[in-house]
Design a protein around this ligand. Structure first.
Ligand code: FE2
Length: 539
């Protein structure tokens, strides 16, 4: 009857703790102290301690005691005791101390430790109480561990969500490595990360470490061959060979040797394209949960690399088509050879100076190259005429923005750069997210409106000021300057200074004064030659 009442009381206490834990009002330190208080009340007169297993730090870290104790776990003695006790349900007797493993079915939670200087026989008389206390502590700690686990899962899901949004198709190889290594750092502890990426027959090894690596370790990491990495990938559990190779291939021991690895191959379809390897100078650093997370991250990374490479191919094809179209325009009008490329370069320089976004700058670059595309539809006798054009001929020339719009009608301009954004929802880490914008109309409208006048009265629509797309206003400044400083059949080229004077005269009327000011200051700062030879853009 007595035992039954005691058991019932403990069950009630356990249920109460479990409920408080579910409500997240109970901290593990408080719970540990409460467990000890109950155990001490049930089995008085013993020196009792509770050591909790810290899954992340991999040792028995939190120790709570009722009296001063002679034994404390150092990281190494804690690890040793973990190895002995973690697989056991039965207590371990050692001298006058009894170590009782606390566990749920699949998880080691810690140890309830009794010291009985008068001998263990005294403790054996309280076996029933002891078993009930172990059960109580296991249930209570198991519940709080479950709660903490589900909180961590939630955090992991949030982090994966942020990372997969960051890994969009517009990021390149270096950016993917940055996002993945930030992500790994965000999710698990380690001392150095290695990313081996194989693309187009090239091996690239990226190494990032939190503190300076020992020169020997660094040199040995760099020397690792592709074969070594792949053997390692295939035999994920056989890490000792790699450790020897990294730490001391010549047999010499060095300080801070690598003690633990965690690795995950990057696999696309059936091909291995790389490996993420985390290195730690601490034994037992990585948990099965870290392994799961790294594997999931590697899967995300592999898809991102594949997309980035496909994207780079698409981008190259796209730019070669734009280059071909530019050549077609210039082949038709021999007097303006090189004009489109220069207009594009001046426009990119202005846009960069104005601090516009990468995606807008790229649109301006493409629009600069194709702004006179419509001249393909203007008869050569008009285009190449040396004498003054008749009003009727001028009307034909003025139709070139319309012709360009017709040619480009079905063309969709891909948005290679995307729009950069910072993930505000992740205070622990600043990741750059990219949002894809529809730039098709943006490029077409810059081309369509590049002959509008700032004060109105231009063509094809006669719109004015801010109604004219910003890109078109930038193109107009670049186009005017390039035309002034190039030879024409009917006049010689103006010098840069003469062209600047003309720009100053027509600013506010024909051209946007703000953009003219930016361009003139750029010309004075960098010189026209530097702007002409600039390769800051994609072409
Ligand atoms: Fe034009």
């Amino acid at each position: 009857m007595m035992q039954s009442t005691s058991q019932q009381l403990l069950n009630i206490v356990s249920l109460q703790w479990a409920t408080r834990a579910m409500g997240a009002h109970l901290k593990i330190e408080t719970l540990a102290k409460e467990i000890l208080a109950v155990v001490n009340a049930r089995i008085p007169g013993k020196n009792i301690r509770l050591a909790l297993w810290d899954e992340q730090k991999r040792h028995l870290s939190l120790e709570v005691e009722t009296r001063s104790s002679r034994v404390r776990f150092s990281p190494s003695s804690g690890s040793e005791m973990y190895r002995k006790a973690s697989g056991l349900y039965a207590p371990i007797f050692k001298g006058t101390t009894i170590y009782c493993p606390l566990r749920t079915q699949d998880k080691f939670l810690g140890l309830l430790i009794f010291e009985s200087p008068s001998g263990l026989a005294a403790l054996r008389t309280e076996q029933e109480e002891l078993i009930a206390c172990i059960r109580l502590a296991s249930v209570a700690l198991g519940n709080i561990a479950l709660l903490m686990e589900s909180e961590k899962r939630g955090q992991d899901m949030f982090r994966f969500n942020v990372l997969s949004r960051a890994l969009n198709p517009t990021v390149n190889e270096t950016e993917i490595i940055k996002i993945l290594s930030d992500g790994v750092e965000w999710m698990m502890p380690f001392d150095a990360s290695l990313f081996l990426i194989l693309s187009k027959g090239q091996n690239t090894l990226y190494i990032r470490s939190k503190k300076p690596l020992h020169p020997t370790v660094l040199a040995n990491l760099k020397k690792l061959s592709r074969e070594t990495f792949f053997n390692f990938t295939k035999n994920a559990l056989n890490t000792s060979a790699l450790a020897v190779e990294i730490n001391a291939p010549s047999g010499k021991q060095i300080r801070s040797p690598v003690k633990a690895f965690l690795n995950a191959p990057l696999i696309t379809k059936d091909k291995i394209i790389g490996l993420i390897c985390l290195v730690s100078f601490q034994q037992d650093q990585f948990t099965p949960r870290d392994h799961q997370n790294l594997s999931a991250l590697a899967a995300h990374g592999a898809v991102a690399f594949e997309n980035a490479w496909l994207y780079a191919d698409l981008r190259r094809t796209y730019f070669s088509i734009v280059s071909a179209l530019t050549s077609a325009i210039e082949a038709k009008d021999r007097y303006t050879r090189g004009h489109s490329v220069l207009v594009s370069r001046y426009s990119v320089a202005i846009a960069q100076e104005m601090g516009l976004s990468a995606s807008l700058i790229e649109s301006i670059e493409i629009a600069g190259l194709l702004h006179d595309l419509g001249k393909l539809g203007v008869p050569e006798d008009i285009l190449l005429k040396k004498d003054k054009l008749t009003p009727a001929e001028y009307e034909v020339v003025k139709s070139h923005p319309d012709i360009a719009l017709k040619i480009l009608g079905p063309v969709e301009f891909p948005h290679f750069k995307g729009q950069e954004k910072t993930a505000e929802s992740s205070p622990e880490l600043t990741l750059k997210l990219f949002e894809l914008a529809d730039l098709s109309d943006e490029v077409k409208m810059m081309i369509y409106h590049h002959h509008e006048r700032y004060a109105g009265g231009g063509y094809p629509k006669g719109i004015k000021q801010e109604e004219i797309p910003l890109g078109a206003r930038i193109l107009a400044v670049a186009d005017t300057f390039e035309a002034l400083t190039a030879d024409r059949p009917y006049r010689k080229a103006f010098s840069t200074d003469e062209a600047i004077k003309i720009l100053l005269k027509i600013k506010g009327e024909q051209l946007d004064a703000r953009i003219v000011t930016v361009f003139i200051s750029l010309l004075r700062k960098k010189g026209v030659e530097a702007l002409r030879e600039s390769t800051a853009g994609s072409f």
